[in-house]
Design a protein around this ligand. Structure first.
Ligand code: PLP
Length: 318
């Protein structure tokens, strides 16, 4: 298939059945956003925000774009800006993985780190200050309506198309900006009101559940505030998930299904398996998997993997 531009390859991600992890009484499918060109769901949001700003005339040719990001949005914006010829600056808490910074820099972006102690709020504040001071365009993923709108135009319709004339009982997603939950969730709810929408978030930072925010390990999920674009009315059930369960299930996806994804994907699967426990036999679940495992090689997700040779294992072989 020939494309005119890398940006034309964003979206239309595959839905894949889980064959070994799924409990026998349900059909369990995953939508793998790592098939986007920069390997996360945030490619959609980045393209949406830049296209919308161009259309509205608020982003001028050659103007610098700035955004606060836990990584995936920055990586996606770095790609979109490189392809369209805009300089890009990311502000990012220094707790997020090193490979995220380096990918952005490899695509020509500048990365300004903020102290982890200042949380998501710190990097958002710095991005706004830099935009004001230098006249840069602020992408504002947490408040920009172009974010959920793009999921209304793409992610939601893709799911409806793929499950047309098929059973779908549950759609399960986490939230970072809430763009996926809100945009795709609204479209699914409008077209198929019987589909139950399941939202999930870190158990240690269950903001939608009314708890206080505490640091958690699920990069890309749940900043220390509820974003402006998030529609709190759209989900039917909220399932908080422990970091460790997310890790275990991300690792299971890799080992048992050959699907290599990040921690938030494992956490979303954790919520789906919980739903499956008391789902009617024959139920169908669709789970959003937001990004690739390659973004986490130096993190908690893979911290127990051997970095040297597997000699001990070899010695034990008959
Ligand atoms: C790794 C990861 N998982 C999940 C999400 C959630 O996506 P959304 O911003 O659409 O809520 C994001 C983005 O925030 C992410 O980077």
């Amino acid at each position: 298939m020939i494309y005119d531009n890398i940006l034309d390859t964003i979206g239309n991600t595959p839905v894949v059945r889980l064959n070994r992890i799924a409990p026998d009484h349900v059909d369990l499918f995953v939508k793998i956003e790592a098939f986007n060109p920069m390997a996360s769901v945030k490619d959609r949001l980045a393209l949406a925000i830049i296209n919308d700003a161009e259309r509205r005339g608020v982003l001028k040719p050659g103007q610098t774009v700035v955004e606060a990001t836990s990584g995936n949005t920055g990586i996606a914006l770095a790609m979109v800006c490189a392809a369209k010829g805009y300089p890009f600056v990311a502000t990012m808490a220094d707790s997020f993985s090193v490979e995220r910074r380096q990918i952005m820099r490899a695509m020509g972006a500048k990365v300004i780190l903020t102290p982890a102690a200042e949380r998501g709020t710190g990097m958002v504040k710095l991005a706004a200050e830099l935009a004001e001071k230098h006249g840069w365009f602020l992408a504002q993923q947490f408040d920009n309506p172009a974010n959920p709108e793009y999921h209304r135009q793409t992610t939601g319709p893709e799911i409806l198309r793929d499950f047309a004339n098929r059973r779908l009982d549950f759609w399960v997603t986490g939230w970072g900006t809430g763009g996926t939950l809100t945009g795709a969730g609204e479209i699914i709810k409008a077209a198929r009101p019987d589909v139950k929408i399941i939202a999930t978030e870190p158990a240690g930072a269950s903001l939608l559940g009314g708890a206080d925010w505490q640091p958690h390990k699920i990069q890309g999920w749940t900043p220390d505030f509820i974003p402006g674009v998030l529609n709190r009315e759209i989900y039917d059930r909220l399932i908080p998930v422990e970091d460790a369960d997310g890790k275990a299930n991300a690792r299971r996806l890799a080992r048992e299904e050959g699907i290599f994804v990040g921690l938030s994907a494992g956490a979303t699967l954790t919520a789906a398996l919980k739903v499956a426990e008391d789902a009617q036999p024959g139920s169908t679940l669709l789970v959003m998997l937001p990004d690739t495992g390659e973004r986490y090689l130096t993190t908690y997700l893979f911290d127990d993997l051997n970095q040297g040779s597997d000699d001990e294992w070899l010695a034990e072989q008959a």
